[in-house]
Design a protein around this ligand. Structure first.
Ligand code: HEC
Ligand code: HEC
Ligand code: HEC
Ligand code: HEC
Ligand code: HEC
Length: 353
């Protein structure tokens, strides 16, 4: 591990050569992810598919900004455009490599405090070696939960808690596991071209949502006969997440849809239940987080908890289809965020005898 207290004032500020053989420690300024790709192609490719890569440019973010009161708008950038103030290309890459790898502490809540002048990439290894492009150093801040919490929790107390994952994680059954231990699964590969084989961590944050939600939520269904009708019970257990599902953005929803059909396939009955948080504005109307003053209800699946839902099936119901899907936001908020496609998490059918 290198001492990061040594700041070489003359380091960098010289354009690196395309073959990477530039002057010593050329990384003393921020670089776009394209520069990192030269030696870290795997991380670049995984990151490109992640929500972090879209944080500064997504349609949802820009549409939302149009509805945010002027005075509040500048507060959005520290997390969505953490490298604002750098050349435009880097800023528009959102939560980009250097936003996470050039800081080893959060000096202020609600965002990171990058220190490119150190020309050091902070990461998970204690045994990697400095090279001409950048120095390396182990950082408990980066490899633990604190880096994530810097952006995934509210910078200051507002009228409602908006980002809840860190609060829920601390109080939940998985507090002994770090955010990256679940969100960045490890595998054996090279961390950099020409480097040794070691454990590297996946940078796809949220890229395989359907699969990870299917693993995390256990769905059990059962049909019981009552005197005149039948009752379907569905239990949903949040077995795999370190926080509620959904978490953070309060407009996210899990939607359970039940569809009963007769023996000949005619629709007989339909139910729908959505699990999420319900925030309202001063006039008690449903509101997105940036206009909300109060939480009316929280109906999410808490970490480790099970919800039991019951549905009465009328006579004549022969089979029931049970579908669970994830929605990036309740369609009622499309006018603030634009349209979003639901992601199917569970789909099964049971017979009613
Ligand atoms: C949201 C923060 C974040 C972003 C953005 C990010 N990383 Fe990482 N990166 C991490 C964390 C955290 C680890 C260590 C994970 C652990 O210890 O479980 C890591 C590990 C690494 C490592 C060590 C090897 C490996 O893959 O685990 C390299 C190299 C790396 N990142 C490069 C990059 C590059 C290049 C980019 C951009 C294309 C990037 N990172 C974007 C947080 C980030
Ligand atoms: C403290 C850091 C932070 C601040 C400040 C912040 N956000 Fe976010 N934002 C996040 C995080 C983290 C997520 C991801 C939450 C999740 O996945 O549930 C997010 C998600 C979003 C999304 C959903 C994106 C999508 O496509 O799913 C929108 C839209 C958004 N933020 C808009 C804003 C606006 C507008 C502001 C300013 C009023 C703002 N954010 C301020 C951290 C922040
Ligand atoms: C010229 C090649 C090269 C370029 C360009 C490069 N790196 Fe690296 N990086 C390496 C090598 C080599 C290692 C050490 C790998 C090992 O020990 O397995 C490394 C290691 C890392 C680590 C792990 C540090 C640790 O000790 O845990 C991080 C994080 C990292 N690089 C981030 C970046 C980022 C971000 C960029 C783009 C701004 C970048 N690198 C550009 C070659 C490069
Ligand atoms: C610099 C701020 C920042 C840091 C640091 C950061 N995030 Fe994020 N994260 C965001 C923002 C902003 C979004 C929402 C991006 C969007 O969709 O517009 C997000 C999105 C996500 C998502 C995807 C949510 C979705 O709905 O697809 C996951 C998962 C996530 N972050 C986990 C992590 C983890 C784990 C860490 C720590 C290794 C971390 N983040 C570090 C700002 C950050
Ligand atoms: C025990 C494993 C585990 C831990 C620990 C964990 N998460 Fe998660 N997280 C999950 C699973 C599983 C999901 C749901 C699948 C998905 O969205 O990838 C999830 C989803 C998310 C999402 C997407 C939110 C949404 O509803 O769209 C964000 C953001 C997130 N986690 C952030 C964090 C942060 C920040 C921490 C640490 C404070 C953390 N997670 C700790 C397993 C975990």
């Amino acid at each position: 591990m290198t001492s990061v207290l040594v700041v070489i004032a003359s380091a960098g500020h010289t354009a690196p050569r395309e073959d990477g053989a530039g002057p010593r420690h050329t990384a003393a300024v921020h670089h776009t992810s394209i520069r990192c790709r030269q030696c870290h192609p795997r991380q670049r490719e995984e990151w490109l598919a992640s929500a972090h890569a879209r944080a500064a440019t997504s349609g949802a973010y820009h549409r939302a900004l149009e509805h945010v009161p002027d005075a509040r708008r500048p507060s959005c950038a520290p997390c969505h455009v953490p490298l604002a103030g750098n050349p435009e290309r880097i800023a528009t890459e959102g939560v980009v490599c250097d936003a996470c790898h050039t800081a080893d502490a959060a000096a202020r809540p609600g965002g990171v405090t990058p220190r490119p002048e150190l020309a050091t990439k902070f990461g998970p290894y204690a045994d990697s070696k400095d090279h001409h492009f950048h120095r390396v150093a182990f950082s408990a801040f980066v490899a633990g939960s604190d880096l994530c919490i810097a952006c995934h929790s509210d910078p200051e107390a507002g009228p409602v808690v908006v980002l809840t994952s860190a609060v829920e994680w601390r109080a939940g059954p998985h507090a002994s596991r770090s955010c990256p231990s679940c969100h960045m699964p490890g595998s054996k590969a090279r961390a950099a071209k020409g480097g040794p084989e070691r454990t590297v961590y996946h940078h796809g944050f949220g890229a395989d949502r359907a699969k990870s939600l299917e693993r995390a939520i256990h769905v059990k269904t059962r049909v019981a006969r009552t005197e005149r009708a039948a009752e379907l019970s569905v239990s949903l257990t949040n077995a795999g997440a370190g926080h509620a599902i959904p978490t953070d953005l309060p407009e996210r929803r899990l939607r359970l849809e039940i569809e009963g059909r007769s023996a000949s396939g005619e629709p007989v009955v339909r139910f729908e239940r959505a699990f999420g948080r319900h925030l309202v504005d001063a006039a008690n109307q449903p509101a997105p987080f940036f206009l909300a003053v109060r939480e009316l209800a929280d109906e999410r699946l808490a970490a480790g908890a099970t919800r039991h839902e019951r549905f009465e099936l009328p006579a004549g119901t022969a089979r029931v289809r049970i579908r669970l899907s994830y929605q990036r936001w309740d369609p009622a908020f499309d006018r603030y965020y634009g349209p979003s496609e639901p992601v199917l998490v569970h789909d099964s059918e049971v017979r009613v005898r």
